[in-house]
Design a protein around this ligand. Structure first.
Ligand code: ZN
Length: 171
């Protein structure tokens, strides 16, 4: 459930007022309470893992068949997003991050998220955790961005690669 859909105040339990729109946010009008459901987006890290000039895309068990994407995960409270990236690479794929580069920060309004996109040069053998059930190494020459969510991270990788900025991640 999104915060802007809350029916009751999480601080005092009173019913919230307002329509939940940008100009009429759901808010608590109880005396002494000033809770407002801002509905700010959630930061999510997406990581393009690179090995031997190929990028790993994985199928999450919650995805429709055939849909693959960079690995991703939520930033924990107080966590440096760069640490989130390395942690997710280890947790989901059992790979070590040798070099990490920030590719950019992208809105994902559909999920009320902000995607923090990284490229990681990785080492080790892939072992999937329970969130994933298959993966593919896609050669850089075959990699294409898509017009949705983490596709923006792939587009950034391809654009910055073309400018020569990421040469240390590739052979
Ligand atoms: Zn309240």
């Amino acid at each position: 459930m999104k915060l802007q859909d809350y029916q009751f105040c999480p601080q005092c339990g009173s019913p919230l007022q307002g329509q939940g729109s940008e100009t009429d946010r759901r808010r608590c009008v109880a005396e002494g309470c000033s809770f407002v459901a801002w509905g700010n987006p959630t930061p999510v890290v997406a990581v393009l893992c690179i090995q031997n000039d190929a990028v790993l895309l994985a199928h999450n068990v919650t995805f429709p068949p055939g849909v693959i994407a960079p690995i991703a995960g939520f930033v924990e409270a107080g966590e440096d997003p760069a640490h989130t990236a390395k942690r997710e690479v280890m947790e989901e794929l059992s790979l070590n991050t040798e070099t990490l580069e920030l590719l950019g920060v992208f809105p994902f309004a559909h999920q009320n998220q902000v995607i923090i996109g990284y490229a990681a040069k990785v080492s080790g053998e892939v072992v999937l955790n329970e969130e994933l059930d298959s993966y593919k190494w896609v050669a850089l020459s075959k990699l294409k961005a898509w017009d949705f969510g983490t596709g923006a991270v792939v587009a950034a990788l391809l654009a910055q690669r073309a400018q020569g900025r990421l040469s240390h991640l590739f052979s």
